[in-house]
Design a protein around this ligand. Sequence first.
Ligand code: TEU
Ligand code: CA
Length: 534
Amino acid sequence: MAQTQWWQRGIFYQVYPRSFQDTNDDGIGDLDGIRARLDYLVALGIDAVWISPIFPSPMADFGYDVADYCGIDPMFGDLEAFDRLIEEAHARRLKIVLDFVPNHTSDQHSWFAESRASRENPRRDWYIWRDPAPDGGPPNNWMSNFGGPAWTYDPASGQYYYHAFLNQQPDLNWRNPQVRAAMHDVLRFWMARGVDGFRVDVIWHLMKDADFRDNPPNPEYGPGDPDIRRFLQTRSTDQPDVHAIIAELRGVIDEYEDRVLIGEIYLPIDRLVTYYGENLEGAHLPFNFQLIHASWSAPRLAELIADYDAAVPEGGWPNWVLGNHDQPRIASRIGARRARVAAMLLLTLRGTPTMYYGDEIGMENVPIATEDAHDPWEKNEPGLGLGRDPERTPMQWDASPNAGFTNGRPWLPLAADFTTRNVAVQLEQPASLLGLYRELIALRRDHPVLHAGTYRKITALGDVLVFLRESAEECVLVALNLAGTAQDDIPLPPGTYGRVLLSTESDRPRQERVEGHLSLRPNEGVIVSLDARG
Ligand code: TEU
Ligand code: CA
């Protein structure tokens, strides 16, 4: 087995800082709160914490509208609080990964204030300004991801500026070398402070068609779809020249030792894997969201896992994401029972796993009425179920008021079930989802084959997904029953017998010997160590 990097062996855990832990009773999580919970993360067994944006921001998109890349929003703390967090995390051998949002700034960023001041301003070209179409309308048909046209008219200077997201999030012009240099310095600023890497927001958006040609219509667009689905984003995103930009970012990352570059990319597999770079000079980990969009059946999962595993280029490292702050909770997508099987899948697949805070205790979407929505997407395109507040609710720590998240009024409501579904309760119950996550993580650490071995698809037998992880030292079989009925006839590979290392059903005996066939209960997943029959 070749020497692996920490970001290949390890497990990433996303913290949405507003909702993790509040320490000053304003109802919003903060950096001191994350620091106060580091021991929990150590006990869970994760290796790296990715923190969604904590920079000064008017919070039009909850921090994804950055007004100063080299500061901390007072809501979250200050640079001293950040340094304390880094220091205490590193003392526990935890890595800290920040969210870098290079595609757009806040409209309150001083760069944009200068840029919009006049056509002659030296920073005019730092953003994307275009003349109106002949009829006075927007320069082309590009739509905003959060509804409506992606162009906003500036009457003072008579031009439109481009924003792939809110009009409070103007896109930077990455063709401008000054923009690139300024943003490279931002990465250096944080790495010099000890940051271990970055998750790069919408990295596939950074370059747009140089001629700003229209996007083609999307033949699949239909009623109930958000505006962004009207057109295929073939001109506004995923341009061939983005890879040179990313290679430059990677060059900056590589100026420091042991840092990681993760790219957020929503694209089909064949496009996604181009973000490793032709010669692996791109992102270390282009986020793989296949499990988020998959229909949860064994044949479908077997197919997409095989497709992805085969598409990752030689020398590139795979990764898997089960949830994030933009997507419905996994427990709500597939149900509580199968969330246990999903945990086993995430932690036994080949590739770095990324977990989303609260998924380890089975947190579910919390219904938020449109009139109570915070998420601008829900406000702009109400009632389509697009809102992302439900998966951003406060972490459920214990049964005390507000789940131990805050002594104030939480910015989003707590789940109704927090007195029974919380960290404190589940830490006491080995059979809980949290108990299972901890065992899976420990197993992944103790059995290097689970993070470093090859992947071999065996088959999808009915609704049972079966695969092997293999290395020179060990061979492990994973069998996941996605059906609500028992499955009795899962054959072991010829000439082998197995010992059960772990089951999602806590009362299944460890080290149970299996010969010939494996029996699974409804929604049961097992990890079996295989040996040759002597
Ligand atoms: O998300 C990018 C993105 O494409 C999302 O709009 C996604 O498509 C949507 O949420 C539904 O899947 C990133 C951030 O993760 C998100 O929170 C930000 O709002 C967005 O970029 C703008 O920075
Ligand atoms: Ca706070």
